[in-house]
Design a protein around this ligand. Structure first.
Ligand code: UDX
Length: 452
């Protein structure tokens, strides 16, 4: 005889790599705790269902799938996602609510904070909803600051003020805020800001962060949001090691290449899933890497160099230099790379997932943020946790690249920073182990969902 059906959660990810990954990881964790998982995902950047046979995947027709150019305007893209996915989501909800007796009770909807249409549809069906935040707590607080400055009529902020510290964010400067405030903020963005952090009727916020890393911003936010916070990060530390979530095929040959190198000898370079550079920066990076005389593993994503498909703009001689010392891939198994003994430093764009993965790997970081939350994360890595150095922006960037790599892999400074990184790694390990803050939070989250 069949036992009682498992309760079910409905997950609604935002269709970019840095958002899909933590949502699927959360699904894996909840599934392992006896909860069924249905993922309702836009057709754009569909996750690979065959990697997760334990989930049910339902595609939401978004009318954006064949028009990837829309991504160039992030705010329009987000707005279109929220409008276009609503109706197909409602239709699935209708069917699922009908089938509850057969397929198990729907306990709640868990949506990426950007996909806020899911909250309003859930309310329509009398279902509770929970928000998943895939960026740091400090980043959310920073958005509140931007809105406050606007409401106080202080924008645009004069250039002379950009280096000042933001009072409610400690060492964060105005120029580190996730949206530039040195010019007036356009109206559509002003409308977007509150919708991105208003949790409406949602019952709780799930954070891919760690209490010990973000005590102060979490305390500040808890005063603004009167609902339970579940800080369960770093989520990837609680998921099984082989839990593929990449949209691009991972090139695992780089692990064999890493195996041949000495401990802490390799610099790993990856700028995430969205950032792009120009051909000149590609060349300066390549020269700096070769001149550092250290082995390097370099991810160059297809179409990440403006005007090129890949690395064809590199002169032949430079390409040969790269081959002698480095290994280039289009996409790496990053978590595995960062946990590898040979990796001694991580040059990153400081996306939140990469930040958490870098800290969990215990490697010091070279921080080269591009946009949005990456400036906030970079400032934390450098000034609060003191496990990163800044890659300055300058004409002679090949020299800056070379020096930064040598500071972390060769100089005494790097050894001290690695020591601190290792201590942070251990702290995070304690948080996810039985009795740790993230472990306890996850237990509480599971009970919270089961009681719904
Ligand atoms: C950006 C942001 O900066 C991020 O904070 C925000 O939430 C989404 O947009 P992204 O560029 O995707 O995100 O960076 P990041 O958050 O670091 O996520 C990238 C993910 O891709 C990481 O989980 C990383 O492990 C993975 N990755 C990257 C690979 O698996 N292989 C690679 O070669 C490169």
């Amino acid at each position: 005889m069949d036992g009682p059906k498992r309760p079910r959660v409905l997950l609604v990810p935002f269709p970019l790599q840095g958002h899909i990954t933590p949502m699927l990881q959360l699904g894996t964790i909840l599934h392992a705790r006896g909860i069924s998982v249905t993922v309702l995902h836009p057709e754009f950047n569909s996750p690979n269902a065959s990697n997760h046979p334990e989930f049910t995947f339902l595609p939401l027709s978004d009318n954006l799938s064949r028009n990837k150019a829309t991504l160039s305007n992030a705010f329009q893209f987000i707005s279109a996602m929220n409008v276009n996915c609503r109706e197909p989501f409602q239709e699935y909800m209708d069917q699922m609510m009908e089938l509850q007796e057969l397929e198990g009770r729907v306990a709640c909807v868990i949506y990426d904070s950007i996909m806020h249409f899911a909250e309003s549809v859930a309310t329509q069906f009398d279902l509770p909803s929970l928000v998943l935040r895939t960026t740091s707590a400090a980043n959310l607080l920073a958005y509140h600051v931007i809105l406050r400055l606007h409401e106080q009529n202080l924008l645009p902020l004069p250039e002379s003020k950009l280096d000042d510290a933001v009072p409610e964010l400690g060492f964060l400067r105005y120029k580190d805020l996730p949206y530039s405030i040195s010019s007036k903020i356009p109206e559509p963005i002003l409308e977007f800001l509150p919708s991105s952090f208003n949790i409406r009727s949602s019952k709780a916020v799930i954070w891919n962060t760690v209490d010990t890393l973000e005590k102060s911003p979490l305390t500040g936010l808890q005063q603004l949001y009167q609902v339970p916070f579940f800080t369960i990060g770093p989520i990837h530390k609680t998921t099984p090691p082989h839990n593929p979530t990449s949209l691009i095929k991972e090139d695992t040959n780089c692990i064999t290449w890493l195996d041949k190198h000495a401990p802490n000898s390799v610099i790993y370079v990856s700028l995430g899933s969205l950032a792009t550079i120009d051909a000149q920066e590609l060349i300066e990076t390549a020269i700096g890497l070769v001149d550092s005389e250290q082995p390097f593993l370099w991810v160059v994503r297809p179409n990440s160099v403006k005007g090129s498909e890949w690395m064809e703009s590199l002169p032949d001689e430079l390409a040969r230099g790269i081959e002698t010392r480095g290994f280039v891939v289009k996409w790496a198994p990053q978590k595995e790379v960062l946990a590898h003994f040979a990796v001694g430093a991580f040059w990153s764009h400081c996306g939140w997932n990469s930040t958490m993965e870098g800290i969990s790997g215990g490697v010091p970081m070279i921080c080269r943020p591009f946009f949005a939350d990456q400036m906030v994360n970079s400032r934390y890595l450098i000034n609060e946790w003191r496990v990163g150095i800044e890659l300055e922006n300058a004409e002679d960037s090949r020299m800056i690249v070379k020096n930064a790599i040598r500071r972390l892999l060769v100089d005494e400074e790097g050894k001290e920073m690695r020591q601190r990184s290792q201590e942070m790694k251990q702290k995070l390990e304690i948080c996810v182990q039985e009795g740790g803050s993230s472990y306890n939070s996850l237990e509480n989250l599971t009970q919270f969902i089961l009681s719904m």
